[in-house]
Ligand binder design. Sequence first.
Ligand code: ZN
Length: 304
Amino acid sequence: MSAPSKPLRQPGLIVYLCGLGTSALALWLVQMANDNGENIMGWYANGILPVGAFLVGIASGVGYAVGSRVLQVKLSKAFVFGMLTTAVVDYFAAHYLTYLSLLEVHHIPAERYGFIDYFREISEGMSFKGKSSGEAGSPLGMWGYVYKLLEIGGYAGGAMVPSAMVFGMPYCKGCQQYLKGHRTGHLHSPEQWPVVKKLKKKERLAALQAAIKELIARANEFTTPIAAAPLAETEAAIATLDQTIHKDAAARITYTLKKCPSCDAHHLDLNLFNYTEDKKVSNSNVAKIDKTKVAEAMADAAAA
Ligand SMILES: [Zn+2]
């Protein structure tokens, strides 16, 4: 059906423009806050983690992620790298705009106060407000550059977060579409949480470990025959699992079958949910079985 050698659609200018749009918006909001005396980029946790810049970065990066998901475009590694570079450029562009507005407000000719002078001043002159007094502390001097670097890193790193989430979503290259949720099924441990919960902590831990071990063994047994099976067979197998969640089970593995909207390419995700000895709920991924390549190979074989 789909030609095997169909070239991958490029991330596209639109996705890129979406990213630039949210970046401009985020940096504009930072500027607005700055004008009102709140330096979001200067928020640090534990005096060293550039939380503010990271958050602004996340907001900036939303456009790339939403654009690629909505337009069904798979982000390439080259695109992600380009996005990082753009984030660094955006960071300096935002500072450059601040610099220009400073010149305008104070009627300073650009020859007398260059952008380098401005950047030196905001870096070396940077200071932290005293915790109790709220007054500016002493300027950081050369250390200011380290903090500016942390800010840039935090901003660029944050900008990648939304795309990284989309990057990990299963995708059908043949049809150039993201897979959609299709079917779920659950394997439950026979051990019941209300019973296990009453045990002493040490025994509870042992009981949970045994339950999880047995559950994973059963999951392996169940998954092996369908790991490379075609869609219909995989679907039929998932249909034999519990279709509803038993909340009282001490542990369960949920199978999520995602399918390409246009072809049989599919993906299986196995997630373990279990209670812990501290009576909390824990969730971890046990396996991801990407069968989109199997479908591609079969389509190729059929075409040949
Ligand atoms: Zn497909």
